[in-house]
Design a protein around this ligand. Structure first.
Ligand SMILES: Cc1cc2nc3c(=O)[nH]c(=O)nc-3n(C[C@H](O)[C@H](O)[C@H](O)COP(=O)(O)OP(=O)(O)OC[C@H]3O[C@@H](n4cnc5c(N)ncnc54)[C@H](O)[C@@H]3O)c2cc1C
Length: 120
């Protein structure tokens, strides 16, 4: 979502925001409104405590930094969107989390007397 669109939505009431979002989704994916179970929204720009930021790599860093940032240091493993193929986005954070779980399970299996971690 672009900044101007996000600002416009943030200024709406919860009800009006739900309506606007569902109008948008219904146009893109007819039937969405009918399938709705619950709706919640969070407007970061209206939250005085968020103060958040996200990784935004410069040209050239995308191909060099994430693999270095993701490298384990002994028993320490590093997740976070900045260690993923998609820094600055939720799906990057989830991909990094999955990678770290896999790293820990593999490291555990490789350790003497390993396989203490069980994955169902
Ligand atoms: C304003 C804003 C808007 C965004 N909008 C979008 C969007 O529309 N779509 C999208 O895909 N992404 C968006 N993002 C990016 C997305 O939020 C992040 O990519 C994602 O949350 C990163 O997840 P993470 O698990 O890597 O890190 P985080 O979500 O930052 O989680 C790290 C956690 O570690 C905790 N922590 C830090 N230090 C310590 C410590 N020493 N000990 C214990 N805990 C600690 C922190 O409190 C935090 O809970 C947005 C980010 C911001 C700031």
């Amino acid at each position: 979502m672009r900044r101007a669109e996000a600002r416009r939505l943030a200024e709406l009431s919860d009800e009006a925001r739900q309506q606007a979002v569902l109008d948008y989704l219904e146009a893109a994916e007819p039937g969405t409104r009918r399938s709705l179970i619950a709706f919640a929204s969070k407007c970061w720009s209206s939250d005085p405590f968020q103060g958040g930021a996200y990784a935004y790599f410069k040209v050239g860093q995308m191909t060099t930094l994430p693999s270095v940032l993701a490298r384990p240091e002994g028993r320490l493993h590093f997740a976070g969107d900045h260690t993923s193929h998609r820094p600055g986005f939720m799906h990057g954070a989830l991909a990094a989390a999955e990678r770290v779980v896999e790293e820990i399970v593999l490291a555990d299996h490789a350790a003497p007397g390993g396989a203490r971690v069980r994955v169902k």
